[in-house]
Design a protein. Structure first.
Length: 274
């Protein structure tokens, strides 16, 4: 079976060379540079991590990677090459690339040197990483509570936030004053939970009510498609269905209508499907 970079292998130290060691990994010879090795003896079995070196040859290191292929984690930004992307420290001598193709076109929103970015390690001709979302199950968050974390990507209508507990939170564009660079660390307030996940805000409390109520209505519509209420419905009917005032209900409907999420038909409110 051919060796695959990005994984660890048990290998045999076969002989010493001028600048390192020749080791045998599953019947294939691999180069281990002296700078990547510890004190070794011929015939010793060692655990190494494989990668492609600057000479495009499969090489080994005894340093421990932070993540292996298929794994996700936070890696620190070491350098920025505008024509390529950003290089991250994966715990070994050779840094791994997060391509500009996986980053915003506007370089203002790229991470800065020293920032940490949540990524997944992958492999083609060489090892590389892509921005990632943590795998479920997620740790539960409390609505109206603040959580520390960082910006880790953008959606068409907002930003993606990852808490220190590795729970994703969506921040709608109405819930922040401006976009922030990937890797920005900050505190976020969770304002809603639905079957799609958590929604948060970076605004002050008085500015968030509209989206909170709108999310409640939108979640109902995503489940039922239509609801027997509109802006002219009686306060009692609104209170019975959504436990919110008529004023708050109308404000939330106005927001959803402005966002082209809903339409009104014969005294009912209907979800506009994408």
């Amino acid at each position: 079976m051919a060796l695959i970079q990005g994984f660890n292998y048990k290998c045999l130290v076969e002989r010493k060379t001028d600048i390192g060691f020749a080791i045998i990994c599953e019947d294939e010879e691999v180069f281990l540079h002296a700078k990547e090795a510890h004190e070794l003896e011929i015939g010793q079995m060692i655990d190494v991590f494989l990668y492609m070196d600057a000479y495009k040859r499969l090489a080994a290191t005894m340093d421990k990677p932070i993540i292996k292929v298929g794994q996700k984690g936070f890696l620190e930004v070491m350098s920025i090459e505008e024509n390529l992307g950003i290089f991250l420290n994966n715990g070994i001598n050779k840094h791994v690339l997060l391509s500009k193709d996986d980053l915003p076109l506007n370089k203002t929103y790229w991470p800065k040197v020293g920032d940490s970015v949540y990524v997944e390690l992958k492999v083609k001709a060489r090892l590389y990483v892509e921005l990632a979302i943590p795998n479920p199950p997620y740790e539960s968050l409390e609505v109206l509570k603040h959580y520390e974390g960082q910006i880790n990507g953008f959606h068409k209508e907002g930003m993606r936030f990852i808490t220190e507990q590795l729970t994703p939170v969506f921040i709608h564009e109405s819930q922040y004053d401006k976009r922030l660079p990937i890797g920005t660390k900050l505190s976020l307030k969770v304002i809603h939970e639905s079957n799609k996940g958590y929604t948060g805000t970076l605004l002050q409390a008085k500015e968030t009510k509209r989206l909170t109520d709108a999310d409640v209505i939108l979640e109902y519509l995503e489940t039922h498609g239509i609801m027997p209420l509109d802006a002219s419905s009686a306060s009692e009917s609104i209170e019975e269905m959504f436990q919110m005032s008529r004023k708050a209900f109308k404000r939330a409907l106005g927001y959803l209508y402005k966002m082209r999420k809903i339409t009104f038909v014969d005294g009912q409110t209907k979800l506009i499907k994408d």
